[in-house]
Design a protein around this ligand. Structure first.
Ligand SMILES: Nc1ncnc2c1ncn2[C@@H]1O[C@H](COP(=O)(O)OP(=O)(O)O)[C@@H](O)[C@H]1O
Ligand SMILES: [Mg+2]
Length: 365
């Protein structure tokens, strides 16, 4: 472990990868460049092709069309054991009859590492995941989180060039998931080990990733940092998958020399400087916290757009209140932070929603 240095980790290049099972196209022209030392996440709903893509990098499953490089090495046609990647599965697949120490040593024994090296390397790996004290236990004598750590230790002890984690936390309860994702990130940083993490959980992806690729139906929808994806989603799918979004369909037109976005139910939002052309159809995306509610005009006047509506219902969520406000045929969600003692709006109340144009993202249809 101590011998690891910056140069021992490698990036991963995925060039035009496609793969079908029978008639079903599961991956469709995937291109990605994952940087050395990066924690990169494949995020998407169940069935979107995340595991298939991860397995293709590891060399499991049918060989895809396209090319996969680890560092400068083309591994497309190599069997898994020659790729020097480490993979942790959702089911940890520990050997039940072996102690923790034996489980972690197993890969090194397989690789015919000299016996005198195995002990110290296993100890170092167990220490990294905080399990040195439990080395003589069997998996059945460990909690779910501890078993997960054994699976991690067993994978990193062979010093892979790339770490692949397929929904590694999904068998753990909610509190433990939060704790373990932090531990995985700390471990990844400590080892400076290029890591690809697969999850369907956007919060998990946002909290640990340097960058995320959003997948749907085997196609990469967008690649970016968590903030980029949230603030500038490329399309409706990404906007919805990364959080709650108001999506309003409309048309760009000119009014009194200015470019505006407008809908049939007379929502208008300034669209100067967006590069959108008159007549173009598009979707305005507004996050619920970007709308500011007021009963009169005063607070909303500071904004670049005002939408008028009536409160239809509200949900009290503790730190905030989520209002559903009717504007024509649209029902817009508005989040207001809640401070104790502050009065809330009631259903039926007429309200003005202020919006700054920098908080609107126009998605092309
Ligand atoms: N061995 C297989 N044979 C046939 N279809 C498969 C096989 N493995 C996966 N698929 C299909 O490929 C699609 C993507 O699966 P998968 O990569 O496991 O998605 P995810 O990990 O995003 O949930 C799904 O529709 C799944 O049913
Ligand atoms: Mg999967």
């Amino acid at each position: 472990m101590s011998s690891r240095n910056v140069s021992s980790t490698s990036g991963v290049t995925i060039e035009d990868i496609s793969l079908s099972f029978g008639q079903t196209e599961v991956l469709n022209g995937v291109n990605l460049e994952i940087m050395p030392g990066e924690l990169f996440t494949f995020l998407g709903p169940s069935g979107s092709g995340k595991s298939t893509l991860l397995r293709a990098i590891a060399g499991f499953g049918p060989e895809p069309a396209g090319r996969i490089l680890i560092g400068d090495d083309d591994v497309t046609h190599l069997p898994p054991w020659q790729r020097n990647v480490g993979m942790v599965f959702q089911s940890y697949a520990l050997w039940p009859h072996m102690t923790v120490r034996k489980n972690v040593a197993f890969g090194l024994e397989e690789q015919k590492v000299p016996a005198r090296e195995i002990g110290p390397r296993v100890d170092a790996a167990l220490k990294l995941v905080g399990l040195l004290d439990l080395a003589e236990r069997r998996p059945s004598q460990l909690s779910g989180g501890q078993q997960q750590r054994v699976a991690l230790a067993r994978t990193i002890v062979v010093e892979p060039r790339v770490l692949l984690l397929d929904e590694p936390l999904s068998n753990l309860d909610a509190n433990l998931r939060v704790q373990m994702r932090r531990e995985i990130l700390e471990l990844q940083r400590k080892l400076n080990l290029t890591t690809i993490f697969v999850t369907h959980d956007q919060e998990e992806a946002n909290t640990i990733s340097d960058r995320i690729a959003v997948l749907n139906d085997g196609i990469i929808q967008q690649v970016g940092t968590p903030l980029e994806l949230y603030d500038q989603p490329a399309n409706r799918f990404v906007a919805h998958f990364l959080g709650t979004a108001n999506l309003i369909d409309g048309t760009i037109r000119k009014a009194r020399g200015k470019t505006i976005f407008s809908t049939q139910d007379r929502i208008t939002i300034p669209a100067d400087g967006t590069g959108l052309k008159s007549g173009q159809e598009c979707t305005a995306m507004i996050r619920p916290q970007s709308l500011r509610l007021s009963a009169g005009k005063s607070r909303a006047m500071k904004s670049t757009a005002q939408l008028r509506g009536a409160v239809e219902h509200r949900e009290f969520l503790g730190h905030l209140i989520r209002y559903a406000v009717r504007v024509g045929k649209h029902l817009l969600l508005v989040d207001e932070t809640h401070e104790s003692g502050e009065a809330a709006y009631n259903s039926g109340d007429k309200v003005v929603m202020g919006l700054h144009k920098s908080q609107v993202q126009f998605l092309k249809a």
